[in-house]
Design a protein around this ligand. Structure first.
Ligand SMILES: NC(=O)c1ccc[n+]([C@@H]2O[C@H](COP(=O)([O-])OP(=O)(O)OC[C@H]3O[C@@H](n4cnc5c(N)ncnc54)[C@H](O)[C@@H]3O)[C@@H](O)[C@H]2O)c1
Length: 262
């Protein structure tokens, strides 16, 4: 479907991969609702990109916070006349921790909840709350498309490394729900695609130590570098525009396969 003239909801849109999607959507003539917990960066994206974007402060692990943001988006869409075209739930966090450490302490349940609540529950809850409105958008093109959901998994969905049990669980679940969600939504003309990136440059990976980065580099085939946020968003753009992409998890990783240890 076309991006121009439609509004896309991007969580985690204030930084990294989500922000690159917001930039590309605006460049293609669309509107982007930027949902993020980081108000300072969210407002800065709107200052940078102008009135085709609107920031909604939102904690995706909090159902009411999503509900308030969705109401704001619905009224913004009503004002602009640019109907909803898709959801890109890109908000995500990592919090490494071994399931059992050398002192026999199991991973804290709070650490597990934190990651699952944002990466998995937050993704599902945002999708769930936007869908009733997306399903009422006017259709586009001869296929009668109403919209698309582009979710963000990770290489850790398939090759989680040591210390990534909670993160891998959250991302594996996102990958697993792609096909059933596509099946549920086909009657509405809504497609579902998930992208599973390897290491990409962003605030999330900027905090990794040089040792970890060098270790990850050894697992890379070609190109031997981290992905760039716009290499991610250009695949999101393709997913939006290519009607045959549906119910699929696409690895975006330059043939990297994560080893057990670095
Ligand atoms: N960068 C990578 O190497 C990489 C690889 C695979 C998958 N991913 C996934 O890509 C997505 C984007 O990550 P990124 O690398 O751009 O990281 P990032 O830290 O640059 O951006 C994540 C954004 O999510 C926001 N966020 C965090 N918790 C939130 C919450 N509870 N509610 C709303 N917003 C919240 C942050 O404020 C931030 O703006 C994540 O789901 C991440 O797991 C990233």
């Amino acid at each position: 479907m076309k991006i121009a003239g439609r509004t896309f909801v991007v969580s985690g849109g204030a930084s990294g991969l989500g922000k690159a999607c917001v930039e590309d959507i605006v460049k293609a003539g669309g509107h982007a609702a930027v949902l993020d917990m980081n108000t300072e960066q969210g407002e800065s994206v709107v200052r940078e990109l102008g009135s085709s974007t609107r920031f909604f402060v939102c904690d995706v692990s909090d159902t009411e916070s999503i509900g308030a943001a969705v109401q704001g988006i619905v009224s913004w869409v009503r004002d602009t006349g640019k109907p909803l075209g898709g959801i890109i739930p890109a908000a995500g966090v990592g919090r490494p921790g071994l399931i059992l450490d050398r002192n026999l302490n199991p991973l804290a349940i709070d650490a597990i909840d934190f990651v699952i609540n944002i990466n998995l529950r937050g993704t599902l809850d945002l999708v769930r709350q936007v869908l009733p409105y997306l399903a009422q958008s006017p259709t586009d093109g001869p296929d009668g498309e109403r919209g698309i959901i582009v979710m963000v998994a990770s290489a850790a969905a398939f090759e989680g490394q040591m210390g990534q049990v909670a993160y891998a669980a959250s991302k594996g679940a996102v990958a697993s729900m792609t096909l059933p969600m596509a099946r549920d939504l086909s009657r509405f003309g809504i497609r579902v695609v998930t992208i599973a990136p390897s290491m990409f440059d962003s605030a999330m990976t900027a905090v990794m130590s040089d040792k970890v980065k060098q270790g990850l580099k050894k697992a890379m085939e070609f190109p031997m570098r981290a992905g760039r946020p716009h290499e991610f968003s250009s695949l999101v753009k393709q997913a939006i525009e290519n009607a045959m992409l549906n119910g699929v998890v696409i690895r975006l990783d330059g043939a990297t396969r994560m080893p057990s240890k670095l």
